[in-house]
Design a protein around this ligand. Sequence first.
Ligand SMILES: Nc1ncnc2c1ncn2[C@@H]1O[C@H](COP(=O)(O)OP(=O)(O)O)[C@@H](O)[C@H]1O
Ligand SMILES: [Mg+2]
Length: 363
Amino acid sequence: MAKILVIDDEAELRELMRLVLTRRGGHQVVLSAGGRDGLKKAFADPPDLAIVDVMMPGMTGYEVCRALRDNPKTASIPIIILTARGQPVDRDAALAAGADEHLVKPVTMAMLMEKVDEMLARRGGGEEVGGTLVMLSLRGGVGVTTLAVNIALLLAQKEAGEVCLADLSPASGHVALYLGLRPEPHWGKLPPDALDPQAIAPYLLRHDSGLWVLAAPYYPLVGRTMEPGTARAVLDALAQRFAALVVDTPSLLDEATMAAVETASDVGLVVTAEPASVQTAIGTLRALKTWDDKLSLILNQVTPGPPPPVSALEKALKRPFAAVVPFDPAQSQAVARRTPLVIGDPDAPLSQALRGLVEGFGG
Ligand SMILES: Nc1ncnc2c1ncn2[C@@H]1O[C@H](COP(=O)(O)OP(=O)(O)O)[C@@H](O)[C@H]1O
Ligand SMILES: [Mg+2]
């Protein structure tokens, strides 16, 4: 049984939802006819899930969503927007406001129940649907962040649940930059104690696509990295809260990166054909031998020119590539526009290559 808050100005629908959710779902239901009253109820006693109408007198459902996300007490509760507005732009608006799902009226009660059950199961079980994918290279500039960002966006499109991308860089991470987000707040501001999903929620950013982001500090940390123990707690909390977690790591095996490798279900080691990258990858494979079975190699071609002989590289690395990502001339434009290729150009070579890779992740 869960506690569900229903905010809708339509009395009949409210009553119908109460009936169905209590009788058929066995849930406890709190009803509210408007945004302000609904928020008051939500903050006083946070529900496990909220169902929110959009068009209501006084305060819109979008405003309600934002207010719920802004309050640490309710920041991570699942929200369903239930609305008569069914255009793609309305769905985008709902997701941008912080909703997890957008259901269009008229909706059958069976369908509503199904969504509610699905969302409660997702958060309640804490089981990792897609797991944690850690992207890594101890050689900088090989495309770790580029691949992490695009893969996370693809997972957000594919996964039924929500997806988060965490940027562990202590030196001005680029995840937020590539996504066109202002890295504020970021993990540098996290309180080191009491790091659970609820506590972290206010520090997450939301991209228009629906992807959640834990940004890195804009200004490099001088003489230190993430607080000891923080990385592990943060990663555990995010893995618990999200259906899938993608982690962009800095080019070093510091405590944060090692915590990521340890908690990962998959580690994508990014390599380019450049000798320094190959040498670094060989060393990294050896250093991470304990985690060998979850490591995959990804060849990324960050420089223009004819593709290198893949077989020769595989021989040097003594293992095959899980994916080969071509050099994509559109990539620099994508960075300039702050719109990653999988969104701005789904048919671009890089987008296609990564789509193939993502299909295999998480099962
Ligand atoms: N497949 C690719 N095709 C073209 N450019 C790429 C590709 N992958 C990465 N890049 C570019 O290479 C540079 C380094 O990428 P980045 O993801 O920031 O590397 P890292 O995180 O490994 O330091 C960026 O300018 C990025 O746009
Ligand atoms: Mg990077």
